[in-house]
Design a protein around this ligand. Structure first.
Ligand code: C2E
Ligand code: MG
Ligand code: MG
Length: 279
């Protein structure tokens, strides 16, 4: 391990112990109605000297050096506790937590998650675990754990679909409930005919397998229109909302439906559209 990795890892461990981490929550909405279907918890770390360290930097480090289970459990507990608080405010949504495949290697992990749900009074079907496709290799090794989660009612999503190792043919044997099409295939819609063909084919195949499809990284009105036309079930991205502080979700939800109506019937004027896209 390099010296800078060692220092970062020590600081991360300390941050996890001392309340130095937090979660932001990004809404995900039904593409037909705009209804809020779920929020995805995204971890944030503000290092006292380095500033914001992106999860893409510290999550792999935690995975490689034995800190990932602490991180995973902290994220789960925080997100579930937050769900309970929203519920108390009258907002009944589901919450998705990103889970490293490393944490899934423990066969008792599903029991631990179930106990956490029970302790924090969250029905298991309000929780979705997002797994990155690349990291779920070899998929078949995770079969037992994934099945245990499904028996308990916890939802399972394949994150970043299309960038990793497995395809839909492997997925048909695994008990996932949802796939999230990676931003890479969304960015150039609707101009890229290739990407449109891919997103359509993946959506149709996934529907045939009984899976829900989410498109990630939706940033423009045109992308939203293309995804709605294709029949992607859910959309998520900066166009709908950036990752939000927990306290900002209820105010966002109360403003969102009005804005949604404009997003799906946007003004002709380019300047008005640009302003609408910007939020
Ligand atoms: P992900 O789960 O695929 O999350 C989506 C990433 O895209 C997030 O980056 C989000 O902030 C960003 N994003 C959302 N909408 C848009 C958009 O419209 N445009 C663009 N350009 N980006 C968008 P973030 O928060 O930096 O997270 C990166 C990755 O780190 C996540 O990818 C996830 O794999 C991992 N991660 C985040 N939080 C956790 C966690 O609590 N535990 C674990 N194990 N991994 C996490
Ligand atoms: Mg995710
Ligand atoms: Mg993703």
């Amino acid at each position: 391990m390099t010296r800078s990795d060692r220092l970062l890892l020590d600081a991360l461990e300390q941050a996890l112990e001392s309340g130095g981490m937090r979660l932001l929550y990004q809404p995900k909405v039904a593409s037909s109605s705009g209804r809020l279907v779920r929020v995805e918890a995204l971890i944030r770390w503000q290092h006292p000297q380095l500033g914001a360290v992106p999860p893409a930097r510290f999550v792999p480090l935690a995975e490689a050096h034995g800190l990932i289970d602490v991180l995973t459990q902290w994220a789960l507990r925080t997100a579930l506790r937050q769900w309970r608080e929203w519920k108390g405010q009258g907002l009944d949504t589901a919450v998705a937590v990103n889970i490293s495949a490393v944490s899934l290697e423990h066969l008792d992990f599903p029991d631990l998650v179930e106990r956490l749900c029970r302790a924090l009074d969250v029905p298991t079907d309000r929780l979705v675990l997002e797994l990155t496709e690349g990291a779920t290799q070899p998929l078949i090794k995770l079969m037992d754990t994934l099945t245990r989660f499904r028996i308990k009612g916890v939802g399972l999503a394949v994150d970043d679909f299309g960038t990793g190792y497995s395809g839909l043919t492997q997925l048909r044997r695994l008990p996932f409930t949802e796939i999230k099409i990676d931003r890479e295939f969304v960015t150039d819609l609707p101009q890229s005919r290739d990407d449109a063909v891919i997103v359509r084919a993946v959506t149709e195949l996934a529907h045939g397998l009984g899976l829900t499809v989410t498109a990630e990284g939706v940033e423009t009105i045109e992308q939203l229109a293309a995804l709605r036309e294709i029949g992607c079930d859910h959309v998520q991205g900066y166009l709908l909302a950036h990752p939000l502080e927990a306290a900002d979700l209820v105010p966002w939800a109360s403003r969102h439906q009005r804005r949604w109506k404009m997003l799906v019937r946007p003004p002709e004027d380019a300047r008005l559209r640009a302003r609408l896209e910007a939020g």
